[in-house]
Ligand binder design. Structure first.
Ligand SMILES: Nc1nc2c(c(=O)[nH]1)N[C@@H](CN(C=O)c1ccc(C(=O)N[C@@H](CCC(=O)O)C(=O)O)cc1)CN2
Ligand SMILES: NCC(=O)N[C@@H]1O[C@H](COP(=O)([O-])[O-])[C@@H](O)[C@H]1O
Length: 183
């Protein structure tokens, strides 16, 4: 039987949000870190923190089928995407509706998709931020769970803004997940 408090994190890269979710876990347990990239640096971080990992490189459907077997084996009830750089299939979303969260580095619904910080700067925004949202079939369009505003400062480039927003993400995501699993 799956348990909403048993969380799997999906990553594709360094996983700094994954590290924050593991280290600041309150009211939930991260029991698996999974990746579609076998050399994702975040996998080493997870192992160093004592969290079991699953990594497999395959076409989307094949990866998702193997992932779901691992999720079932670990009795996962909630999935947290953390820099997972792949679109989840509609079939997967349908089976996990309402149980997948993601963090996005803008104030959704503004600036969905990739290259977010450059687009925020190009739009002349004075305030940016990050959003924890439910994951639906349409990219970055699920219900908003939590948001934090972050100022855009004069002289910001994408890298400086990204670093400021990432700091806010590392606070927002664990807090939002802790409240989500208790809802
Ligand atoms: N079905 C959904 N899947 C995902 C969502 C979502 O809202 N619905 N959120 C994304 C968010 N994201 C990163 O966090 C993300 C955004 C865009 C892309 C993307 O365009 N990927 C391309 C190429 C990826 C690759 O190089 O393999 C693609 O999948 O065609 C990825 C991630 C996470 N998934
Ligand atoms: N659209 C998704 C997206 O842009 N996600 C962003 O990728 C970074 C991953 O960092 P991390 O791997 O260190 O957590 C984070 O800033 C996250 O918001």
């Amino acid at each position: 039987m799956s348990d909403p408090k048993r969380v799997a994190i999906l990553i594709s890269g360094r996983g700094s949000n994954m590290k924050a979710l593991i280290e600041q876990a309150r009211g939930y347990e991260v029991v698996l870190v999974a990746s579609n990239k076998v050399h994702a640096p975040g996998l080493d971080t997870a192992r160093a923190l004592g969290v079991p990992t699953f990594a497999f490189e395959a076409k989307r459907d094949e990866f998702e089928a193997a992932l779901e077997r691992s999720l079932a084996d670990h009795k996962i009830g909630t999935i947290a995407l953390a820099g997972y750089m792949r679109i989840l299939s509609a079939a997967f979303i349908g089976r996990w509706r309402g149980r997948i969260l993601n963090i996005h580095p803008s104030l959704l619904p503004r600036h969905k998709g990739l290259d977010t910080h450059n687009r925020v700067l190009a739009a002349g925004e004075t305030v940016s931020g990050c959003t924890v949202h439910l994951v639906s079939e349409e990219l970055d369009s699920g219900d908003v769970i939590a948001q934090t505003e972050v100022p855009v400062e004069s002289g910001d480039d994408a890298s400086r803004l990204a670093a400021r927003v990432l700091e806010a993400e590392h606070y927002l995501y664990p807090k939002a997940l802790s409240e989500f699993v208790r809802r």
